[in-house]
Every structure is written in structure tokens, then in C-alpha cells.
Design a protein around this ligand. Structure first.
Ligand SMILES: [Zn+2]
Length: 554
């Protein structure tokens, strides 16, 4: 007689994404694998005396969520920072920051999720503003998108950039007419000098800022502190039904910490760590990507991808556009030159690695697709699954190119003005009316037959899955020229599970509730299909199972 399962889940509404059996009520798990899917009566009969029996009570059961674009280290660290989401105006900011300063003995008092117009609509934040908020200690705060930091005078002095300094292409220490820094630091090359004085020494952002390991190499105390933060972040992800993560910044250090966490039994989500190629890197650095792929190739930590940035973000007018921003002659900032990017794509593609490129503006998206197309021409068509991240402002001519080139559209529904997380009207003044119909055009892209995968870009927004599910399936209706891009609930859930497994080339073992697949499972606390879509964000994971192990139980 076959040994009894370790776990059975009964009385669920299973959404399996298995075409052979799209719906079921129950499943069994043994040794980290799904061993049976079927009716409750049938699966109950398999349970032995040592089997854990979980009653889903009629709620939705899904393949574990995979968040296909996160910054795990930064997101984890930021769970413990002052969060300014929803804080508006000088008084509220001052109150929050001074309370934090009283609690914190950090060298730089640091806050996250500061709105671009935290001090009022259209108002730029300056170091003098922040000196009034906190005069006597270094203080700095991150924009939600992590493309800008604002710093007070003490923090700029600490970073040695009060009078400016060297930065890489695409980064800017904004300078006032008097020759001093305004306090606005655009892009990692500009804010790195301040970040390195924060709680984790900037190590949490190193995989994003440089893609190299922290220098000097962290000692045992720093490693332990960093690992403890990541372990808390992984537990937080698991509490939202997440079993897999595609990290979007990377270095050996992050992958090593995750490997240690795995050995300690604390790696609660399977995590891909990419090699991050910066525009100022020689292409020979790609040898490190090869080495990362060789060293990290397990089921729980692996490298198979290179991340690049093509541009910045719309909010700070650093996203790269085909035409100047309204009322300006400025088209944004290319991070990569087009030829350099294409050369990188050809080389990475020839190595058999996947590419993921941040591209937000219409020119950035076009150049990214051009690079992928050039790689196909040079190396031949292969199953490359290259990805474009964000795709916020798409030119209609480029819409069919995703499906035509087999390029994955990697989208964060919660970032859109209709997503109910950021202000609904934040982008109207930085976009031309003609750009808006194809802005955040999820459904238009989906209808071309392109693969669409969903994620959060945590900590740009919270990693909480159901907030993003609601953003996609029950978005705000914005007036024209905004278009209706609402997502079907099943498409949304598929883009968050099954399709994310496909994107990581794991569709043969992950992303479906099916006999023989990895036991990565999310049991929700509601029947999602029966819910008022407006209430989707009130649903949570009741049980999360990763590799057959319970990683979260409400
Ligand atoms: Zn990102």
C-alpha cells in the first residue's frame, strides 16, 4: 500500500490551470509533490493517521502565487522603515519623521514611500524643506519607485554631495542656481552616497545600484543582520500566499545569503536572482552571469536571467519618450545607448540567458524590443522568453511586436493610476493626451496574444497579492482618454501563477495543481470568484504551502 500523504487539502474550490482537470475540490501532497487531485471524498480516503488535514471551507485554492518582479532585499529591509504612504503636507511629514527620529539611532533617519508631491500638488521637495522637517540629523526619504531620494542638508553633507559630485549616465544630483544640491537625487548613481550611510549600509540596494557585491565585504554581524531582514521579508511574502519570487536586482551576495537561509530552513519562497548588468559595465562582466548560473541552479535559488535598465520613470520625467514631455524639450534619460544595449542583448541571448529590461517610456520600450529583435536576427529564433518590465507608455506601432517576437509583457497592475494605490491623476500632466490610450494598456497587450505576467515590483508597492489582483480585476474607471483595461479575474490569477511559472521556464513542474507538480499551493480565505470584485483586497491567504511545507497559516 502506498504511504499516506503528508497533507491533504479538502473542500476547496481548486483553480488548477490544468487543462485536463480545470476544477477540483481537493488534493494530496507527499514529499513536496502534489500526488493526487480530485473530489473531497476521494482525497479524504487517502489520508492516514499522520496526515495533516486542512479544510479549505469552500475557499479558492490556487498554485502558489509567484511575484515575478520584486526587490527582495530592499523590500525586506523597508518593512522596518518609517513608511510615508498616505502622508501629505509639511506638518504630517514633520510629525512622522520626528517620531521616527526619536525611536531610531540610525546614522541617517530614513523613510520610504514618500510621494513625489508630498508637500503639495506640483511642489518640488528641497533640502531646505527637509531641514525644517528634521534640522539636526541626517534625514532622507525614498520615492515609492526608488528612482529618487530626497535628502536634507545634513544627509547631503554626510554623503559628500552637498556641492554635487560624479554620477553615471542617467543619474543626477540636481543642482540649484547657487551651486548647491537641491536635495533631489535622481537614480541610484546620485543617491548611492547617502544610501551607504543607512541601516544596512546600502547593501540592501547594492544589487540594484551596482549589481556588484558590497565593498568592503560584510563581516559576520552585517551578514547576520542582512539575513535576518530577508528572512522576515520571506515570511511576509509567504503570508500573502507567495511561494516564488523573481528578484529583479542581484549580486552574488544576495544569492549567497539566500543559500545560507535555505540551509537554515528559512528560505520560504523559491527565488530567482538575476545578474544585473549596468550600462557602465563592460560586456565582459557577463562572465559573472555565467558563473552565477553555474553556482546557483537549484529548485529554490537559481540564476538564469540578466536584468538591465533602459530608462527611469515618468514621474521624474526620466522615462525615455519619443517626444518631449509636455511643456519641455526633454525626452527623458536613456540609461543605455541604443547600440550598446543591442550589443548586450545579442551577447546575452547567445549565452542562452533570459533578458529582463526595465522600459517605461515609449522610446525605451521600442529600443528594448529592437534589441531583442536584433538578438533573434543575430542568433536565430529560440525559446528565449525575454521580458519587458513595466511597459507604461506604449506606442501603438509597437503593440503587435510583443506577440510577434515572443516577448513577455511583465506588468504591475498596482502601479497604474487606475490601480488605486497611487493617485489616479498623478500622470495626466506628464503625458500627452495621445499617449494615454496606450498607457498601462494591459488588456490591449493581452489581446494581441502576448504572454502577460503580473507582479508588484515590491517595495515600489506592497507585495500583498490581493491588492494587485484588485488593481487588475477591479480598477478605477478613469475618464477618456484613459481606456478600459480591466482584466478578467481568471486571466489575472493565471498571470500571477501559471504564467509566471512559464516565464521562468518551469511550466512542466510549477504553476498548476496537478499530480506530479511541485506542491506550491495558496489556500485563500474566500471564494475569490464569488466575491464582489471591489472587496478582492480583503481576501488573504489562509494557508501557504511551498515544496510541501507549510510556510504560512493564518
Ligand atoms: Zn523593479
Amino acid at each position: 500500500m502506498a504511504a499516506a500523504p503528508d497533507l491533504v487539502i479538502l473542500n476547496g474550490k481548486l483553480v488548477t490551470f490544468d487543462p485536463a482537470r480545470p476544477r477540483a475540490e481537493a488534493l494530496a501532497v507527499k514529499h513536496g509533490t502534489i500526488t493526487a487531485v480530485g473530489a473531497t471524498g476521494e482525497i479524504r480516503g487517502l489520508a492516514g493517521s499522520a496526515t495533516r488535514v486542512f479544510d479549505a471551507q469552500g475557499a479558492t485554492v490556487l498554485p502558489g502565487f509567484i511575484d515575478s518582479h520584486v526587490h527582495l532585499f530592499g523590500g525586506s529591509v523597508e518593512l522596518d522603515y518609517l513608511n510615508l504612504y498616505g502622508v501629505e503636507g509639511h506638518d504630517a511629514l514633520t510629525e512622522a519623521v520626528r517620531a521616527e527620529a526619536a525611536r531610531s539611532d540610525d546614522r541617517v533617519v530614513f523613510a520610504v514611500m514618500a510621494a513625489y508631491d508630498i508637500l503639495g500638488p506640483g511642489r518640488q521637495t528641497t533640502r531646505q524643506d527637509l531641514d525644517r522637517v528634521l534640522p539636526d540629523r541626517p534625514f532622507a526619504m525614498f520615492a515609492p519607485d526608488h528612482h529618487t531620494i530626497w535628502a536634507n542638508t545634513k544627509a547631503l553633507e554626510l554623503g559628500g554631495i552637498l556641492h554635487g559630485g560624479e554620477t553615471d549616465a542617467g543619474s543626477e544630483i540636481v543642482i540649484a542656481p547657487d551651486g548647491t544640491a537641491t536635495g533631489e537625487l535622481r537614480e541610484p548613481g546620485a543617491y548611492k552616497p547617502v544610501l551607504r550611510h543607512t541601516r544596512h549600509g546600502g547593501r540592501d540596494m547594492e544589487g540594484l545600484v551596482t549589481g556588484t557585491d558590497p565593498v568592503p565585504a560584510p563581516g559576520p554581524a552585517d551578514r547576520a543582520r542582512d539575513k535576518a531582514a530577508i528572512a522576515r521579508g520571506l515570511a511576509h511574502c509567504a503570508s500573502h500566499g507567495i511561494t516564488g519570487l523573481h528578484n529583479m536586482d542581484g549580486n552574488f551576495y544576495t544569492a549567497e545569503l539566500l543559500t545560507e537561509l535555505e540551509a537554515e530552513g528559512k528560505l520560504l519562497c523559491r527565488t530567482e536572482v538575476p545578474f544585473h548588468l549596468k550600462s557602465f559595465d563592460p560586456l565582459d562582466r557577463l562572465e559573472e552571469a555565467e558563473e552565477m548560473r553555474r553556482r546557483f541552479s537549484g529548485d529554490w535559488i537559481w540564476t538564469n536571467r540578466v536584468k538591465m535598465f533602459m530608462d527611469g520613470v515618468v514621474e521624474s520625467r526620466t522615462a525615455l519618450m519619443l517626444r518631449p514631455y509636455p511643456g519641455t524639450t526633454h525626452v527623458g534619460d536613456p540609461v543605455f545607448g541604443a547600440d550598446h544595449f543591442t550589443e548586450a542583448c545579442v551577447r546575452i541571448d547567445a549565452m542562452g540567458l533570459q533578458i529582463a529590461t526595465h522600459a517605461i517610456g515609449d522610446l525605451a520600450i521600442r529600443r528594448t524590443l529592437d534589441g531583442y529583435e536584433a538578438a533573434r536576427r543575430a542568433n536565430g529564433v529560440r525559446d528565449s522568453r525575454h521580458r519587458v518590465e513595466h511597459i507604461e507608455v506604449l506606442h501603438p506601432d509597437d503593440l503587435p511586436r510583443f506577440a510577434a517576437l515572443g516577448v513577455v509583457a511583465s506588468i504591475q497592475p498596482g502601479h497604474a493610476p487606475r490601480g488605486r494605490i497611487f493617485p489616479a491623476h498623478g500622470l495626466d500632466e506628464v503625458l500627452h493626451p495621445e499617449q494615454i490610450p496606450m498607457a498601462f494598456a494591459w488588456q490591449s497587450i493581452r489581446q494581441t496574444g502576448a504572454r502577460v505576467c503580473f507582479s508588484t515590483d515590491w517595495p515600489v508597492i506592497q507585495v500583498d497579492v490581493m491588492d494587485s489582483v484588485k488593481a487588475a480585476a477591479a480598477p478605477l474607471e478613469l475618464p477618456a482618454p484613459w481606456t478600459d483595461q480591466r482584466q478578467d479575474l481568471m486571466d489575472t490569477l493565471r498571470s500571477y501563477t501559471c504564467d509566471n511559472a512559464w516565464v521562468e521556464f518551469a511550466e512542466d513542474r510549477k504553476g498548476r495543481l496537478r499530480d506530479g507538480f511541485l506542491a506550491d499551493i495558496a489556500v485563500m480565505d474566500h471564494d475569490l470568484e464569488a466575491m464582489d470584485p471591489e472587496a478582492l483586497d480583503t481576501a488573504r491567504a489562509a494557508l501557504t504551502v511551498a515544496g510541501g511545507r507549510i510556510t504560512w497559516e493564518a
